[in-house]
Ligand binder design. Structure first.
Ligand code: 5RP
Length: 218
């Protein structure tokens, strides 16, 4: 199976986690796009969605699916999104698409976070994928210096502005031994908005697309 077929398979499987009559949190990226396409097939069964990016909102609306403001809805039953890396503890690195802040907000507001990914995303230790950090533009250099002190090599994502008007530093070579501790440490650097570690609020379920079928990790 190709990587796209594996992504499609997990997107299809994720529909089983969507309770009828509820508001669904929707992530960002190519795997989440497959999920949006699957969601379109059952759109009459859900109340609406909350999107984690302008791109996903546009795709959802393109399918005639209602996109709601998080402030006007209560808690979300289920949030479905991809990841750049996941461990078997369901600690994630996210933000390859630059939507990490809204993704973390929607994940926090959701009862269940279902992560969908092809098998290439499963790792023993996080950090081979450069860790994205959303930063307030005026703090870019200051934050970069703090990241260097932590042993990382921050690289500005050139020509990219987030949906929130900020920049992204992709941090290479971080030794992520303790994702919960590092997530907290990075959150304390003034000028960062969000870091791409999803460890304090990990996924609840990982649907992993493999050549043998979809593996469910909980
Ligand atoms: C976007 C994300 C995505 O979930 C992550 O980049 C995975 O993307 P894809 O499904 O295209 O591999 O965090 O900010």
């Amino acid at each position: 199976m190709t990587q796209d077929e594996l992504k499609q398979a997990v997107a299809k499987k994720a529909i089983e986690y969507v309770p009828a009559g509820t508001i669904v949190g929707v992530g960002t990226g190519s795997t989440a796009n497959y999920f949006i396409d699957e969601l379109a097939k059952i759109k009459h069964k859900i109340e609406g969605t909350v999107a984690s990016s302008e791109a996903s909102a546009e795709r959802l609306r393109g399918h005639g699916i209602e996109v709601m403001d998080l402030n006007s809805v209560g808690n979300i039953e289920v949030y479905v999104d991809g990841a750049d890396e996941s461990t078997r503890h369901l600690h994630l690195v996210k933000g390859g698409g630059g939507a990490l802040t809204r993704e973390k907000i929607v994940a926090a507001a959701s009862k269940t976070f279902v992560c969908i990914a092809d098998e290439s995303k499963l790792v023993g230790r996080l950090g081979a994928f450069p860790l994205p950090i959303e930063v307030i533009p005026m703090a870019r250099s200051y934050v970069a210096r703090q990241l260097v002190k932590l042993g990382g090599e921050p690289v500005l994502r050139e020509g990219f502005t987030t949906d929130n008007g900020n920049v992204i530093l992709d941090v290479h070579n971080l030794d992520i031994m303790d994702p919960v501790e590092l997530e907290t440490q990075l959150d304390h650097i003034v000028g960062t908005v969000t870091n791409g570690l999803f460890a304090r609020r990990p996924a609840d379920v990982l649907l992993l697309g493999t050549s043998k079928g979809v593996e469910v990790l909980e």
